[in-house]
Design a protein around this ligand. Structure first.
Ligand SMILES: *[C@@H]1O[C@H](CO)[C@@H](O)[C@H](O)[C@H]1NC(C)=O
Ligand SMILES: *[C@@H]1O[C@H](CO)[C@@H](O)[C@H](O)[C@H]1NC(C)=O
Ligand SMILES: *[C@@H]1O[C@H](CO)[C@@H](O)[C@H](O)[C@H]1NC(C)=O
Length: 255
């Protein structure tokens, strides 16, 4: 079991702009020179990722020849438009090279997309290392009934995500009261088998016990899956928001 290391603990306003990354990971054990063949292969790979990902919202490719071969994966959240997907991937490709200029293994998370590359072939494998957790600092007033309804909603969308033709996406909402609606979304990267997707989501949801607890909103971002719930609309098509405040969130990085 992973120890929980709190590397980053700072307050963010959820209203910060959509083009800010939620986090990144540069594997310091994979240092490379910016003039190396691997680095050139990364640049080629990113160019292809930028031009092709938004066509279907997903790409898994490689670039170059062994031993300098680089594998890459990019995916947008299944509910975002191809325009938003394209913008997110462009930002991600630019930012990841600025954040991790000398690493062969790098990852970057945004709300609308995720991008990753490595000289190791990771395609198809569940990866729940290096997670990023975001939680609303406010708690719900009735944790017991909230957790029950959240659990039921999560069960529904987790089984949706592993059904054929959902492309790893599950999303739904449920009314907790006439004025309060709970929204939730889960997504696996499309390279995963249904079994691997279910496994990733199960590990992600384990964080509900400790980190998410009775928070009003929470996000778990892994390299292989994404899980989020909020008491305000956040996925598309977007419901009109009945004035629920978004609130402050706290972020931790979990190696
Ligand atoms: C990068 O290049 C410099 C100069 O050519 C060399 O001394 C160094 O060992 C290289 N570093 C790596 C990680 O390959
Ligand atoms: C929320 O609940 C947790 C534990 O259940 C508690 O530690 C924390 O202080 C609460 N936060 C607020 C803002 O009340
Ligand atoms: C917003 O409030 C109105 C009036 O109270 C209600 O009819 C509507 O269903 C609410 N919308 C959502 C998304 O909760």
């Amino acid at each position: 079991m992973n120890m929980l290391y709190i590397l980053l603990l700072s307050l963010y306003l959820s209203s910060c702009t959509a083009d800010d990354p939620l986090g990144n990971f540069c594997n310091e054990n994979t240092n490379i020179n910016s003039t190396s063949q691997v680095s050139l292969n990364i640049d080629r790979l990113l160019a292809e990722v930028v031009s092709k990902t938004s066509l279907t919202g997903y790409i898994a490719i490689s670039s170059g020849k062994a031993p300098d071969k680089v594998y890459g994966l990019a995916q947008c959240r299944g509910d975002v438009s191809s325009k938003d997907c394209s913008t997110c991937i462009q930002d991600a490709a630019k930012q990841i090279r600025q954040s991790c200029p000398n690493q062969a293994d790098a990852r970057i998370w945004y709300d609308y997309c995720f991008l990753r590359y490595s000289t190791q072939n990771f395609i198809g494998e569940v990866d729940t290392s290096n997670g990023i957790l975001y939680g609303n600092v406010a708690n719900v007033t009735d944790p017991k009934s909230f957790k029950k309804q959240l659990g039921a909603l999560m069960d529904n969308i987790r089984s949706e995500a592993v059904m054929p033709n959902t492309q790893g996406l599950g999303k739904a909402k449920t009314k907790l009261s006439p004025f309060v609606t709970l929204y939730a979304l889960v997504q696996c990267t499309r390279d995963l088998s249904k079994i691997n997707c279910a496994q990733c989501l199960a590990i992600a949801v384990e964080n509900f016990e400790n980190f998410c607890d009775s928070r009003k909103g929470c996000r778990v971002l892994y390299s292989s899956c994404y899980v989020r719930y909020e008491l305000y609309p956040f996925f598309f098509p977007l419901d009109s928001n009945n004035g629920t405040s978004v609130g402050k969130t706290v972020r931790i990085f979990r190696p």
